[in-house]
Ligand binder design. Structure first.
Ligand SMILES: [Zn+2]
Length: 412
């Protein structure tokens, strides 16, 4: 939306409600008293100003029809930097490093400076911090012992409003990150209780698309609770194909659980977008890649692969109606302590294997993305997504850049 004022040759401020009137007033004030050709030029500028006004009003009301949340599990800033160097032999080459809106998110849990995926994802999708190990329940929960209040997730808000929703991951579909989107539990290890909530949603008809691994463990864990997924998933309207190619062309609800962790995450993410896009009201999709392990090569290559998935998704969905958000639930102690540019880094990267407390990258594009800047609490990401859909007013406006005009006004 950058626009140039022909009279002064400078960029006008990005359109925000409080700034909308500045351009036309300035143009009128600057030129209406002149004669002849100057009047003609002023007329042209007036029209340009009115067009800017319309564009600004349009932009101010821009809402996200779709939100795609990409969650790089354990993908801290050092991992992102190392992935760019490993993948492209240069820093700053990843798509996420070049998204237009960049900020940092702190990742503490309700009771610990360092969070796990359960508390980290709970904060991101509910706007509330809880304890490590707890899945989208309040901090009144005691892990494994006592329930807290269920915290309504952004996926549940989307379901309540009739949007389609999905989760895709290369971790088990009952594991903490996808689970925090669609389930509530006082312990992330209760995989049967967690996945059973796919069949008993609190809002709408529940999560519509589940694609990822964990088949054997999920079937076993739910069977122990007396649930026969073979019967109950189709009874809830789910297609239950065995491969991505077997997903019916008109499917709108799909549970595809792989037995093995090795499958094409990129193809799964694009298939999920295919399915969810059939809902004209829009969708919410969470795509996770677990990018932290002691295996340096796998960690970096998964990060590069995830970045390509984000780029491909950004290329197929309009920047005008889709908020794409990347972040991590927590950081990881990967680091690159030394290395000449002429050599590869795989044998130089050090990993001790712990989650760590430093802030993680947030990168965003699309409606509402401008609120991603500065150092945010992880809970703010929930509000950024909810406000992008237009379901809550932005709690605090994005900080404004001082413009030349504003600076001059302040100086008086
Ligand atoms: Zn994690």
């Amino acid at each position: 939306m950058a626009a140039v004022d022909a009279g002064r040759g400078r960029r006008l401020p990005s359109p925000e409600p409080g700034l909308r009137l500045e351009a036309p007033i300035q143009i009128l004030g600057g030129y209406t008293s002149r004669k002849g050709a100057a009047v003609h030029r002023a007329g042209k500028r007036l029209i340009a100003g009115l067009l800017l006004l319309v564009a600004a009003a349009f932009a101010a009301e821009r809402r996200a029809k779709n939100v795609v949340l990409f969650l790089g599990d354990g993908t801290g800033p050092a991992t992102i930097n190392a992935a760019s160097i490993h993948g492209y032999n240069e820093p700053r080459k990843l798509f996420i490093q070049n998204m237009p809106h960049i900020g940092l998110s702190e990742t503490s849990s309700a009771s610990s400076w360092v969070c796990d995926s359960a508390a980290g994802m709970t904060a991101i999708v509910t706007g509330h911090k809880t304890h490590n190990g707890v899945i989208s329940q309040s901090a009144a929960a005691i892990r494994g012992k006592q329930d807290g209040d269920p915290l309504k997730t952004i996926l549940e808000y989307a379901e309540e409003r009739g949007l389609s929703t999905g989760v895709v991951s290369n971790s088990s579909m009952a594991d903490a990150t996808p689970a925090a989107c669609y389930a509530h539990s006082n312990d992330r290890s209760k995989h049967g209780e967690i996945f059973a909530q796919v069949l008993k949603p609190r809002f709408g008809d529940g999560v519509d698309v589940i694609i990822g691994p964990g088949r054997t463990a999920i079937y076993d864990a739910t069977q122990k609770l007396g649930i026969e997924l073979e019967k109950e998933l189709p009874a809830k309207g789910f297609q239950v194909p065995e491969s991505l190619d077997a997903v019916p062309a008109d499917a709108r609800r799909v549970v595809l659980l792989f037995s093995e962790a090795s499958f094409d995450l990129a193809a799964a993410a694009q298939k999920a977008v295919d399915i969810l896009s059939r809902n004209p009201k829009g969708f919410f999709l969470m795509v996770e890649s677990n990018n932290h392990s002691r295996d340096v090569k796998q960690t970096l290559e998964r990060t590069v692969a995830m970045d390509r998935i984000i780029k491909a998704t950004a290329e197929r969905l309009s920047v005008d109606d889709t908020l794409i958000l990347f972040t991590a639930d927590h950081s990881y102690d990967l680091r690159l302590p030394r290395g000449p540019k002429s050599e590869g880094i795989l044998d130089k990267v050090k990993i001790d294997g712990s989650h760590t407390a430093e802030e993680v990258l947030v990168a965003a594009r699309g409606p509402g993305a401008e609120r991603v800047r500065g150092i945010l609490p992880n809970t703010e990401l929930f509000h950024i997504m909810k406000a992008a859909y237009g379901w809550e007013a932005p709690a605090k406006p994005a900080p404004r850049k001082a413009t030349p005009k504003r600076a001059a006004t302040n100086a008086r």
